[in-house]
Structure formats: structure tokens, C-alpha cells
Design a protein around this ligand. Sequence first.
Ligand code: OOG
Ligand code: MG
Length: 264
Amino acid sequence: MKTASLEHIAEDLFQAEKNVRTLPQFAPNFPDFDEDKAYDVQELLIEKKCREEETTVSGWKLGLTSKAKQQMMGVHEPSYGVLLKNMSLDEGRTHAIDGFIHGKLEPELAFVFKEDVRGDYITAAQIIKATAYVLPAFEVIDSRFEAFKFTLLDAVADNSSSCRYILGNQILPPEAVDMRLTGIVFRKNGEVVATSTLAAVMGNPASAIAWMANKIAKRGQFIQKGQVVLSGAITQAIHIEPGDHFSASFDGFGTINASFKTGE
Ligand code: OOG
Ligand code: MG
């Protein structure tokens, strides 16, 4: 597959997001498309977004870290994507959904790093040691593919369905948090829509981040001091409609809130 077609795919994904419209899946039409090429497209897309949107990288996100989501997709590995500064929204505010194609919201535990994490044999303990603090977060995911349907390779190229992220403000040192048993209650308009614990994320969200650190090392990349990493959805993602209010209570931390509306 030629570099030109990888650039073409990145351009189509960029335009789809910009114009709030969907694309058909492309991976099934390229028999030699593989994981490396999918991450190549992701990299081209991120370079393009940084250039055209005048933004910079703020961190990373994991996708498909829960068994339920992996089984849904028929895969045994998570995926990752890149977070940009202009994807960040303020906590507790009401946000316009007009830029989303079919956005969904999911609660996640975010890690903020106080040291670089470099290497290809990183453990969950090293992730915890390099973390300044952890905090509740929401991720808005959105897919540039029709009906939110895609193969793993399509989704990787599409920056693992990233769209926006919202960091809470209740921070804790990672050693103070039970990375498996911390309970989460996710509510939409006051109704409980899902409950879970952090163990839903590969047994322990720090393990999910260790997996990513080792994976990005293969492409010469590493987690940098100051970066934020979203460790993956703790519950199912819920479709966002205008007028919706969401909250997620994290045991020991507090509650994170977000509301959505149509634009002015
Ligand atoms: C959607 C992104 C998944 C998560 O936290 O699981 C994700 C997908 O690629 O299926 O952000
Ligand atoms: Mg997510």
C-alpha cells in the first residue's frame, strides 16, 4: 500500500470530523492494511490536526481496555490514540454537541505523569511510580465511521474514536487508590446507567497504561512528563443528546459532571 493512500485516508478522516459527516469503513477494501499502517494513518492524522488546528499533543488515550468492549469487537488487545490540547473541555460546564457526529460519553480514570516513562518492559508498578496524581475523567468518543461501526484497524486509524476529554478536579496520589475495587456510579439525567469498578479496565488501569507504554515504545514513542493518559472506559459509553446531564461518582474522589446542548 502506497504512502499516498495512507495520506489520503488521513485526509478523509480529517475532513469527516471537520465537516461532521461519516465515512464508510475502508480497512475491508485494503487487504494489505495492517496494524502498523493503521498507526501510520493515526500519526499522519495527528500531524495534520496539530498543523491545521494550531494545537499540540497533551497526552494519550487507551481504547477497548475492558473485556466487554474487546469481545464486542472480537479483539484481544486494546488500542491507543493521541490527545490534543484542543480536545480538552472544562468540567462542570455545558458543552455544545454540534461538532460531534454521534458522540458518546464514558467515565475513565486519568493519570497525569511527573516523569517520562521510556522503555519496552514497563510494569504497572513503574506507571504508578511515575504518576503525579490520578483523577476522574470523562471521554467523549465519536467515530468518523457510519453507524459507529468499524474494524479495529479502522478505529486505530481514526485515532481510536477520540473526540474530547474532560478532567475532574479531585486528585489523589496513585498509591492512595485501590486500582481494582474503586467503585463508579455513572448517571444520565439522574438515572443510574452503569456501575462498575476500576478492575473493569484490564484488571487494573495502571496495567492498561503499562501495555500502552510498551506498545508505543515499538514506534519510538514514550509517555512524557506532564502528559495526561486516559486509561479506558470503565463502563459502557452512553449516547449524548442535547439537554443531557451526566455525572460519574468515583468512590474516594467525588463526582465529575458534564452537560450538553445544541449550539447558540
Ligand atoms: C472506541 C474507543 C474506545 C474506550 O475507552 O474504550 C475507548 C473504540 O475504538 O471502540 O475510548
Ligand atoms: Mg475512552
